[in-house]
Design a protein around this ligand. Structure first.
Ligand code: S3P
Length: 441
C-alpha cells in the first residue's frame, strides 16, 4: 500500500464531466433485473460498488451486458437462480441492503458478505423488518456474513421508519414488488426518493402521499411485473460535491460540472454552501428520467461559518466530510448537528472528520452526542496531516481536497477505496489543475 499526497493547487478550471449517480445506478440494475423486457441504462456508474451489484445479479442468473457504446442492458427475469457461491458485495452498503430487500421475496438461499468495512456495518435495521415479511436471516451478530432465505408470504405489510434511511425504505419497497400484497412505509423525515421515482418509471403501482407532519406515506401494490424502460443516469451530486468544494477553496478557480442530478432530497450540501457565501450557479436546468438535472458553475469564494440543523441531515448525509473541509476554510464557527448516522457509514465518519481536521491544524471538536463544531479562522489551515482513510472513499477524497488549498500537503494512507464511487477522481482533478500523486518517503 502506498501513500498519496495532495499538494497546493494554483487554480481549478474547466468543464468537468463526472460519473453517474451511485444510488440511481444500483437501482437501475436491480429494477431492470426483475422487469419484463430489456432495460437500457445510459451513463451507469462503472465503479466497484455498482459493478458488484451487477455481478451479484449475474450470479443470480440475470443477463447483464455492457455494449461497446457504454450502454448497459439488463434482461429481466421472473425468478432468480440459487447462486452456487457466496455473493460478495465489496464495500457497498446500498448494494447489499437493497439486494436483501429484493431477494426476500424469492425462495432461494443466498449467502452474502462484503469487505471488512461492510462486515462491520449494522444490518439489523434491514433484516428485522424483512423478517416480519417472512424472510429468514442467519447471522451471528446482526452483521455480514448473512445467509438469507426469502419467502412469498403475501400478507400486507406496514412499517414506520425509525431512522431516515433510503436504504431501509428502498429495501422494504423492493421486498414488496413480487408479492400480491400492499406494502406501506411511513417515513417521518423524507429521505432520497430515487426508488419511488424509478418504480414509477418502471410502471409500478406506487403512491406517495404527503402527510400534514411533513412525512410521507408510501404505498406499493405488488404482484405486478415491472416494465423495462430506458434509464439515463445523471452525474452524482455526492461526487460533484468534492469538486465544488475544491473550486470554492482554491483561489481563482472557475469550473462547471455538467449534468448533475439535483433531486431535492440530495441537495442539502448546495443549500448550505450557498448560505456560507459560495458562488454557485445552476445552468441549463432540465429533467432527465424523472430526476431534475443541471450544470453547476462554481467560482472560488470567501466562505463564512454556519449552523446546520439536524433536519438537514437526510438531504446531505454523504456530504458532511467534504462540508467539514469547506468549514475549515471558512471564517467563523460552523456547527453540524444530528450526525449520529455518520457513525455507521463506510467508516465512523463522525470520528474521522474530527481526527482528520485536528491532524491538519483545524480547531474542531465534538459537542454533545452527535454534533461537531469547527472554528474557521478565515485563513488556510496548516495541513500536513496523515489521514487514515479506513476503506472510506469519502474520507479519502475529502482530505485530498483539503490538501489542494492548505498551507502544507495532506497525506492519505490508502486511496484505493475511491474506486468504489469515483474511480477517475485523481486524474480528473489533476487535469483540472490539482497536484495529487503517489508519495515517496
Ligand atoms: C443511499 C442512502 C444513504 C447514503 C448511501 C446511499 C442510497 O444511506 O448514505 O451512500 O442509495 O439509498 P442511508 O439511507 O442508510 O442513510
Amino acid at each position: 500500500m502506498h501513500k498519496t499526497v495532495s499538494e497546493k493547487t494554483n487554480r481549478l478550471t474547466g468543464l468537468l464531466k463526472i460519473p453517474g449517480d451511485k444510488s440511481v445506478s444500483h437501482r437501475a440494475l436491480l429494477l431492470g433485473s426483475v422487469a419484463m423486457g430489456t432495460t437500457n441504462i445510459h451513463g451507469l456508474l462503472e465503479s466497484e460498488d455498482v459493478l458488484n451489484t451487477a455481478k451479484a445479479l449475474q450470479q443470480l442468473g440475470t443477463n447483464i451486458r455492457r455494449s461497446d457504446n457504454g450502454v448497459w442492458t439488463v434482461t429481466g427475469t421472473e425468478s432468480f437462480n440459487q447462486p452456487d457461491s457466496v455473493i460478495d458485495m465489496g464495500n457497498s452498503g446500498t448494494g447489499v441492503r437493497l439486494l436483501m430487500g429484493l431477494l426476500s421475496a424469492y425462495p432461494i438461499r443466498v449467502e452474502l458478505t462484503g469487505d471488512p468495512s461492510l462486515r462491520s456495518r449494522p444490518m439489523k435495521r434491514i433484516t428485522d423488518p424483512l423478517s416480519e415479511t417472512g424472510a429468514v436471516f442467519e447471522t451471528t451478530d446482526g452483521k455480514l456474513p448473512i445467509t438469507m432465505q426469502g419467502s412469498l408470504n403475501e400478507k400486507d405489510f406496514g412499517y414506520v421508519m425509525p431512522v431516515a434511511s433510503a436504504q431501509l425504505k428502498s429495501a422494504l419497497l423492493l421486498a414488496g414488488l413480487r408479492k400480491k400484497q400492499k406494502t406501506t412505509v411511513f417515513e417521518p423525515v423524507p429521505c432520497r426518493d430515487h426508488t419511488e421515482r424509478m418504480l414509477k418509471a418502471f410502471a409500478a403501482d406506487i403512491n406517495v402521499k404527503k402527510r400534514a407532519d411533513q412525512g410521507n406515506e408510501i404505498t406499493l401494490y405488488g404482484g405486478k411485473r415491472l416494465k423495462a424502460c430506458d434509464v439515463f443516469v445523471p452525474a452524482d451530486i455526492s461526487s460533484a460535491a468534492f469538486i465544488i468544494v475544491a473550486a470554492l477553496i482554491t483561489p481563482q478557480s472557475d469550473i462547471t460540472v455538467t449534468d448533475v442530478g439535483l433531486n431535492p432530497l440530495r441537495t442539502g450540501i448546495l443549500d448550505v454552501l450557498l448560505e456560507m457565501g459560495a458562488d454557485i450557479r445552476y445552468e441549463n436546468e432540465r429533467e432527465l428520467c424523472g430526476e431534475p438535472v443541471a450544470d453547476i458553475h462554481v467560482r472560488s469564494s470567501v466562505l463564512r461559518g454556519t449552523e446546520v440543523s439536524a433536519q438537514k441531515a437526510p438531504s446531505m448525509i454523504d456530504e458532511y466530510p467534504i462540508l467539514a473541509v469547506a468549514a475549515a476554510f471558512a471564517k467563523g464557527r460552523t456547527v453540524l448537528n444530528g450526525l449520529s448516522e455518520l457513525k455507521v457509514k463506510e467508516s465512523d465518519r463522525f470520528s474521522a472528520i474530527i481526527e482528520g481536521l485536528k491532524k491538519n491544524g483545524v480547531d474542531c471538536r465534538q459537542i454533545g452526542e452527535d454534533a461537531i463544531k469547527i472554528q474557521g479562522s478565515g485563513k488556510k489551515p496548516c495541513g500536513g496531516g496523515l489521514i487514515e482513510a479506513k476503506l472510506d472513499h469519502r474520507i479519502a477524497m475529502s482530505f485530498m481536497v483539503m490538501g489542494m488549498a492548505s498551507e502544507n500537503p495532506v497525506l492519505i494512507d490508502d486511496v484505493s477505496s475511491v474506486a468504489t464511487s469515483f474511480p477517475d477522481f485523481i486524474s480528473l482533478m489533476n487535469k483540472a489543475g490539482a497536484n495529487i500523486h503517489d508519495y515517496c518517503d
